[in-house]
Every structure is written in structure tokens, then in C-alpha cells.
Design a protein around this ligand. Sequence first.
Ligand code: AMP
Length: 447
Amino acid sequence: MPTFKAPRGTHDVLPDEHPAWARLAWIADDLARRYGYRPMTTPSFELSDVFERGIGETSDVVEKELFRLETRGGEETALRPEATAGIVRAYIEHGMRTWAQPVRLSTLGPMFRYDRPQAGRYRQFHQWNVEAIGHPGPAVDAELLELNLRFYAEAGVADVRAKVNSIGDGACRPGYLEALRDFYRRNSGRVPAGDRRRIATNPLRLLDSKEDALVALNREAPRISQFWCDACREHFSAVRVHLDALEVPYAVEERLVRGLDYYTRTAWECYRTGAEGQQDALSGGGRYDLLVAALGGQPTPGIGFAVGIERVLIALEEQRAEGGEAPEVPVPPAPLAVIVGAGAQDTVSRLRLARDLRAAGLAVHAELAPRKLARQLEGAARDGAHFAVIVGDEVAAGNVVVRDLEAGSQRTVALVDLARFLERGEARHRHGAGSRPERPPSMPAPS
Ligand code: AMP
């Protein structure tokens, strides 16, 4: 038989790794609640048109990286490479323009891009997405950028800064694109051959490139700020006034354009200081005032950002490896009790008692192997449980024996009192209430 591995560019989140993952999902969920962004979920795939019209047919994400699905009914669908297009599709479909504006939304889930896998670049990864649709800004731009950076502060990633730019709008960007095309045409000898067709189709992607030849050339490229219309200039300066007032750490980066077509005006990316390479962006965000109309809705402004969860986990790992402060990841609590049986074969009684205690809200394991009591008790101690509940002959009289594995003592407890007895023990137990998660995240865990 062949041995199978997870597909290239995907990864399993194993139980030991899950608490770090769940912690970030919890922080995202909690921040969304505090800032008033309501959780929602859209499908993991959409009609391909949603991405083609929304993100742009000439963007890398659509042109090269879209996971197109083979479907039977002839509908062309694709796995989502990002969440915004699907959320905007839902905004239009569900008539959210009749809700109080802006509609503030948050979602966390898997994204799919058929990219060349490498460190920090996966084919399936997870993003926390936050969107505010229906307000032109500039204050909401600052609210989102501040929220984006707050996430790193609460997650414990140190020294994160935003690079911010305004990439113009429908009025001034066409002029800038023309100037860029002219510039690259004049310098086409310095544009790598494989990228030359982009001069006509998508010159912003050339400006965004991290290839050495282009990085050097781009230093001489025309700057967007020279082309801003008055409205864009005023918008950006008002965004900056708000960011300064909120003491958000950012720097203006004029070459930042973002890879997706639907962005207008404010755009940003967040990096840890000193880790600013191509695979290092922790998040990207920006305004997309043309997207709702591009997907068939009434013209409606919008803005949002996406945090790459795996990138944040990598940043925390690096921080730990560099000897920096890294947050404690909560260890999932051991079971309060393990249900064991004097009768090696009597798994029915153990399972039934475990069911009743679980229904009463307690975390208990049932020892289900048909083995000797002594072996079962050893297993219970290995599990780190505080108590072993021994189901034996006393059950006929409505009792069980409860052994305190930490104290080494044991006593008979009536079945009707058992849940309360264990609960009292839980309060004193090192795995007790204090180490329980305060609130489970409402967001889904990685799939
Ligand atoms: P984007 O939608 O390309 O702006 O991406 C937003 C964020 O998602 C990036 O800043 C990364 O943190 C993360 N991200 C994007 N693509 C990938 C990928 N292929 N693998 C892992 N994380 C990614």
C-alpha cells in the first residue's frame, strides 16, 4: 500500500499545536466582539466569477493561484483565495445595504491558493478577516488599522508596524497607471522577460514585485502621491490624522500597492520590524470602494484586512527562538476523573457512568480497555486525573469508590452525590476551574 501524506502546501494542526491556534482564534473573536464586528461565515468556495470580477482576472491570485473545482453541473466554482469577495457577495445577496452602515463583519477560516509552497506560504492557510462595508472613511480606516495592530499586541507579537499608502481611486489611479506603463515601457530592457506582458495588463504588480531587478528599477518609478486627486490626498491625510491621534505605529510606504485589483485609497501591510521579506507580511488590508459595484451591487465603499494566522504563529515561534518574550499558551486541562471498573470486561457500566457525569458538565475519561483494574488505575494516573472512580460491586447498592489519586486516599460515594462530590474536588484541583478556558471561541477551529 502507498503511504499517504497531506497534500503539498497543507499542514495538519496536531492536538499539541492546537492550543496556540485556538488562542489566536479566541483573541480574534474577542476583539471582534469588543470592536463591534459581528462574526459570519461564507462558503469555502464561490462561483469563479466572484473572484474573477472581484479580485481581478489579471491578479496573481486569480490568474495563477485559483483552485478551480471540477463540478458536474457546469457551474464554474473555485476555492476561495481570500474572504472579502465572498463577504461582499453576501452583503449584496442579503440586502445588507438596508442595515445600519457600515456593516461590521468578522470571519475566520481556511483560504486556498495554488502557490509554490515554501516557508510561510501554504496552499491552504487561515485568515482572520475583518470588514466594514458602507462607509467611505477616513475614521473607519483608522479604526480597522488600530484593530489590526491591537491583535498583535494581544497575541504577544512584538514590534509590529504597519506600512501604509493610498493607492488612489477611479479618478486618479488611471493616470498613475498610464505613467507607470510609460515608465516600464521606457525601461523594458530592465523588466524580466517573464514579467513584460504585465506592463500592459497590470503594472501595479510590477511595482509590488520583490524580484531584485524590479526592486532596483522601482526606486526610479513615478510615485502615486504625485498623481493623487484632491479627494484622495485629503482622505489620506485625514486617515493619518486619526492614526496619529490613536498613536498607531505606522510608516508611509509609497511603493506599497497590494496585489488585488479592487483596492482603492488606503492600503496597508503589517510586518514585524526586521522581518519584512516577501513571506513575512502578517496581514494586509485596504479600502475597496469599487468592489461592491464590481460584483453587481449599488456603489458602496468598503474596507477590511486579513491576518494570516500561520504567519502569526511563525512570528511567535521566531520571537521565542530569538529569546524574546513569548506568551504562555494555555495547556488543556487534564480530566477531573477517570472512570475505571473492577470488572475487566464491564465497559458498559463505565461508559454509562461517564455519560452521566459528562451530561452534568464534568470532564471525565472512561477507561474502555478490557484490562485489569490495576492497569486501568495506572492509566488514570498517567492521564493526570485527580480522581479515579471505581465501578465495582457496590454499584448494586448505589455506590462507587472514589480514589483521590493525588492524596492516595479513597472513600465510598453514593452515585446520587457523585457529580457534586467531584465538582467540589474540582474547585481544589490543580486542573480546576481556574485553568478552564474562560469562554470557548465561537469561531471554528482549523479544518
Ligand atoms: P493577502 O490577502 O494576500 O493580502 O494576504 C493577507 C495575509 O494572509 C498575508 O499578509 C499573510 O499573512 C497571509 N497569507 C497570504 N497568502 C498566504 C499563503 N499562501 N500562506 C500563508 N499565509 C498567507
